[in-house]
Design a protein around this ligand. Structure first.
Ligand SMILES: Cc1cc2nc3c(=O)[nH]c(=O)nc-3n(C[C@H](O)[C@H](O)[C@H](O)COP(=O)(O)OP(=O)(O)OC[C@H]3O[C@@H](n4cnc5c(N)ncnc54)[C@H](O)[C@@H]3O)c2cc1C
Length: 322
């Protein structure tokens, strides 16, 4: 009853970084509650992968292996997680607040009639109770939540919790579990977009451009800077709505939530809906020609200037030192 189940999202035979962050945090919290971290890996041929969660603190891993569950579907993986939860009776179920994790947490909440807290930025045990902090009102306010029933369903914002160093060679004890599921949808085709681009939500650095970029061709100056910093390139909704960047690049309330070590906002005014997607970045640099732009209120470093001069200069200087 004090165990923490952790749903581990994976892609092409490897865990998403956010899954490993969630395993590590789950292991810490399970330790405080006097239980164990139990990773759950769902898919076809995943037992070997499941064992690796031990490197991040999972004592045990449950492999739910099934061709039916090869691709993520909300009902399929939701039912599978619910069945595992009924057998294990955990105190809580953690998952990364990725697109899949957000869908899954809501479905699980409904299936288990459980309390949910999404996109948490702090997770702790206070007075013996699981306690989480999560943003509301587009990140303007944070609420602290405790749960009145078990299991508590908690999704963790990617890039907020450290993975820590993997304990090489340490494996979780793997149990294969059969569950009866009747998914209500089937994935017929997966078409990759993004052409191998760095995933925004997992990047340690993000360089974003807004309406101030003026046209799609100008993003090449951001791409060059991003290349030097091993960063992903993001965009404001204004840039996406203009058709300059794909929606998968959008940061904000109706786009992706990022929390990198470094976020560089270029020609972005700092509307509340944009801030909702990046305000937990550890270091925010804003480049804007308007010194009154709201982004400067949040920025750690602000450069008032024309981005078409500032960004190339920054790139040239970085080339000298990187
Ligand atoms: C329900 C809802 C959901 C939304 N969701 C999102 C979301 O997910 N993400 C999001 O981003 N927005 C979202 N928005 C839109 C949001 O309100 C803003 O309209 C949008 O973020 C503005 O984008 P921007 O900062 O690029 O453009 P603008 O607000 O037009 O700002 C452009 C900035 O570029 C600067 N600039 C111009 N030229 C230069 C130059 N040469 N050098 C330097 N600076 C320059 C200007 O000074 C200005 O500050 C949402 C809105 C609503 C109503």
């Amino acid at each position: 009853m004090a165990d923490i189940l952790i749903y581990c999202e994976h892609h092409e035979g490897a865990f998403r970084k956010a899954s490993l962050e969630t395993v590590r945090k789950g292991a810490d919290i399970a330790g405080e509650l006097g239980g164990a971290a139990v990773a759950v890996v769902i898919g076809a041929g995943v037992a070997g992968l499941a064992a690796k969660t031990g490197e991040y603190g999972a004592a045990k891993a449950i492999a739910v292996e099934s061709d039916t569950l090869k691709d993520f579907t909300v009902s399929g993986h939701g039912q599978a997680m619910a069945e595992v939860a009924k057998k294990i009776q955990p105190a809580a179920i953690f998952m990364p607040a990725t697109s899949q994790g957000r869908d899954l947490s809501a479905a699980l909440g409904a299936l288990l009639e459980a309390g949910c807290a999404g996109d948490c930025t702090e997770v702790s045990v206070q007075d013996g109770k699981l306690t989480v902090k999560r943003p509301v009102y587009a990140g303007k306010t944070y609420v602290t939540v405790q749960f009145n029933s078990a299991p508590a369903i908690v999704s963790l914002r990617p890039n907020v919790f450290p993975t820590g160093e993997p304990e090489a060679g340490k494996t979780a004890q793997v149990e294969n579990m059969d569950v009866a599921v009747t998914p209500r949808e089937t994935v017929k085709e997966v078409v990759a977009t993004g052409g191998g681009k760095k995933e925004l939500t997992e990047a340690d650095a993000v360089v974003s451009g807004g309406r101030g970029m003026k046209n799609p061709e100008n993003y090449k100056i951001l791409e060059e800077l991003a290349g030097l910093l091993d960063a992903a390139v993001g965009a404001s909704r204004a840039a996406v709505d203009a058709g300059w960047r794909p929606h998968s690049d959008q940061v904000g309330q109706t786009g992706k939530t990022v929390s990198p070590k470094l976020y560089i906002a270029c020609g972005i005014s700092g509307a509340i809906q944009h801030l909702a997607g990046m305000r937990t970045s550890k270091c925010i640099v804003a480049i804007n020609k308007d010194k009154e732009a709201p982004i400067f209120q949040l920025a750690d470093y602000g450069i008032v200037g024309d981005l078409f001069e500032v960004v190339p200069s920054l790139t040239e200087e970085l080339k000298k030192v990187l």
